[in-house]
Write a protein that binds this ligand. Structure first.
Ligand SMILES: Nc1ncnc2c1ncn2[C@@H]1O[C@H](COP(=O)(O)OP(=O)(O)OP(=O)(O)O)[C@@H](O)[C@H]1O
Length: 615
């Protein structure tokens, strides 16, 4: 392996008669004057003079070919392997043409690959094309994980990629970008497992209901995560204490079913009082509606006079009081709009629970998964994130102000589909309630030890203020031009790497950590746990059909052989025996289906069709 052609202080071309170069592999150039210099292969080509190909002029020009001959390459001898090598650190002078190149030893390059101790980092995967270096790696980095290639679990054979957790104090937030099926959710799962391994309190918003860690991929691979996470579903076992919400929170919550008009927003502002309980708010709303149904103060007063029932009188007096206070500012149509939205919200069960258990789980260093639809998570998470962020902030501020405040730990907030929680503003599109708190954390969370990991298929739709604060980025396969454009602007990916983005294999990722200042080509390790949605839907359908058919066969078997003339009596019999009711057509369909699945055979007789067991 030799340096060929024109060189400069950053780049050089390399050629070999026998060794193929691989993209992203690391090589040492033994520069005759400057000593050993480390570089990374960023482009690879092969050249064969007997099979000339049009080239874009980047590498192979006539000068280069002359140069190759002068350096002793035998051009008559078939293929020459060529590569472009980029130095990790700029050299003082252009690299000497003709210098030899060699594969580095692990200890020579360790500092470029491993930026932290194992116990201070997250074991994310392996650095691609480092198998030569892995051969003499330190013992502590051997067999840290498996990779999953073509559905096979493979022993580690490359240098591990350890994401520097402790450096997040300085470079706090992470973006995970990639198109559909590129391996984003899988990568997120690996990061979450690693955070659980380190007992880092983490709040995960899970609109896909996929973040469960109870099922292991393989019994002897990775630890058991069952006790390290708690899962909550909004409306089922987590919700909002109504007493704690502000009018703004309530407006946001009401928007989940559909947008509030300005008039409706005013109704909420007038109707909601601080410290309202669910009951006091509901009663006030109901009284206003009742007053508006009666139509005027005079009508309400007439009703009061007309009734002898003391309770009824009391109630109507309150109706009158509410009506006189609020009617002017509350058009009945807007009150009705608020009222049905409120009923819908209540039906979600969101006010029947609080978030104390989730906050306690965070305080005991667990990973807390919040599940629900995107819309409901948008609103609920705004409330929850505000609440926990405030607790953490108060605690940290209290230390500075020498005052007392309950301890609340540093924590991560993680979400998939982040562009839904913090969308980039475009004229006329609606904002997400969660955007402002996420933006605030993106800008000042570092001060308080609150970190974001935001995953999205559509980086171009994510709020750009937030994107700009994401210091570490995982970039999986991306094909959309405008997302690639955003990635170009927001990361330090080289032109060659950007060109490769649409072709990356699922699970391969460009990982760019500000702390390192360089982008690595990494394969995400096999996760220790599996997603609950792993079943192929077509296999699910097939299994379902099999079970249905077996169930029905168990019933039908008792009545065989069956003649089509007896269908009517048979239906009655089946109903008496099992309670199942079929029409003649349904029964015929069932039997024909069992024939198709070779559980029955049908014979044509002069008395009609006769169904018998398949032998
Ligand atoms: N690192 C990996 N190693 C092996 N297989 C992987 C890896 N990452 C992803 N896969 C497989 O590829 C498939 C798609 O991955 P994943 O669900 O993570 O995609 P995604 O980018 O999140 O897509 P979407 O945004 O549509 O949910 C999964 O079945 C997963 O098992």
């Amino acid at each position: 392996m030799k340096i060929i052609g024109m060189t400069d202080q950053q780049e050089a071309y390399i050629g070999s008669n026998s060794r193929k170069f691989r993209i992203n592999e690391f090589l040492i150039i033994e520069d005759m004057d400057q000593g050993d210099i480390l570089g990374e292969v960023v482009e690879v080509h092969t050249y064969n003079r007997y099979i000339p190909m049009a080239n874009d002029g980047e590498i192979i020009d006539n000068n280069l070919i002359k140069n190759l001959s002068m350096l002793g390459f035998n051009l008559e001898d078939g293929t020459i392997y060529l590569g472009k090598i980029r130095l990790l650190e700029e050299a003082n002078y252009p690299i000497e043409t003709g210098s030899n190149c060699r594969i580095p030893k692990f200890k020579e390059v360790k500092k470029y690959f491993i930026s932290t101790d194992l116990n201070k980092g997250l074991n994310i995967g392996v650095i691609r094309n480092t198998d030569d270096i892995y051969e003499n790696i330190d013992e502590e980095f051997v067999d840290l994980s498996l990779t999953l290639e073509n559905k096979q679990l493979i022993k580690q054979k490359e240098v591990p990629y350890i994401l520097n957790l402790y450096d997040m104090h300085e470079y706090p937030h992470v973006g995970i970008f990639g198109g559909s099926g590129s391996g984003k959710s899988f990568g997120l799962r690996v990061v979450l497992e690693e955070l659980m391994n380190k007992n880092i309190p983490t709040l995960v918003l899970d609109p896909h209901y996929e973040m469960d860690f109870s099922e292991k991929l393989k019994s002897d691979y990775g630890r058991d995560y069952t006790n390290l996470f708690s899962k909550f579903t909004i409306g089922e076992n987590i919700g909002i204490d109504f007493k704690k919400i502000s009018s703004r929170d309530l407006k946001n919550l009401l928007q989940t079913s559909s947008r509030l008009s300005e008039a409706m927003e005013n109704v909420v502002d007038n109707l909601h009082k601080p410290q309202d309980s669910l009951l006091t708010f509901e009663q006030r709303l109901e009284r206003l509606k009742k007053g508006q149904e009666l139509g005027s103060s005079l009508n309400i007063k007439k009703e009061i006079e007309a009734t002898d029932n003391i309770e009824e009188k009391k109630y109507l007096n309150k109706v009158l009081e509410t009506y006189e206070k609020l009617n002017d500012k509350s058009p009945p149509s807007s009150v009705a709009g608020v009222s049905w939205r409120f009923d819908r919200l209540k039906k979600l069960g969101i006010f029947e629970h609080n978030s104390i258990n989730a906050e306690e789980a965070l305080k005991s260093n667990k990973l807390v998964v919040i599940q629900g639809s995107i819309k409901i998570i948008q609103v609920f998470s705004t409330f929850l994130i505000n609440s926990v962020y405030e607790k953490r902030r108060n605690y940290k501020d209290a230390i500075i102000n020498n005052s007392e405040e309950d301890y609340f730990p540093p924590f991560f907030i993680i979400t998939d589909e982040a562009h839904n929680f913090a969308p980039q503003s475009k004229d006329g599109t609606s904002e997400s309630p969660s955007k402002y708190i996420l933006r605030e954390i993106a800008q000042e969370g570092r001060k308080y030890g609150v970190f974001l990991i935001l995953a999205t298929q559509r980086p171009s739709l994510l709020d750009s203020t937030i994107t700009a604060q994401l210091n570490t980025k995982f970039i999986f396969r991306t094909t959309r031009a405008n997302d690639i454009q955003t990635i170009k602007e927001e990361t330090d990916l080289s032109i060659e790497q950007t060109k490769r983005l649409p072709y990356l294999k699922t699970g391969d990722v460009f990982l760019s950590e500000s702390a390192i200042g360089r982008t690595m080509y990494v394969r995400i390790r096999a996760a220790h746990t599996t997603t609950p949605h792993k079943e192929n839907p077509f296999i699910e359908l097939e299994n379902r059909l099999k079970t249905d058919n077996n169930d029905i066969m168990e019933i039908i078997e008792n009545y065989l052989p069956i003649s089509s003339n007896d269908f009517f009596d048979l239906i009655k019999e089946i109903q008496e025996d099992t309670g199942m009711v079929y029409t003649i057509d349904q029964l015929r369909n069932i039997l024909d289906n069992l024939v198709l699945r070779e559980q029955l055979v049908v014979k044509k007789t002069f008395l009609g069709d006769k169904y018998e067991k398949f032998k």
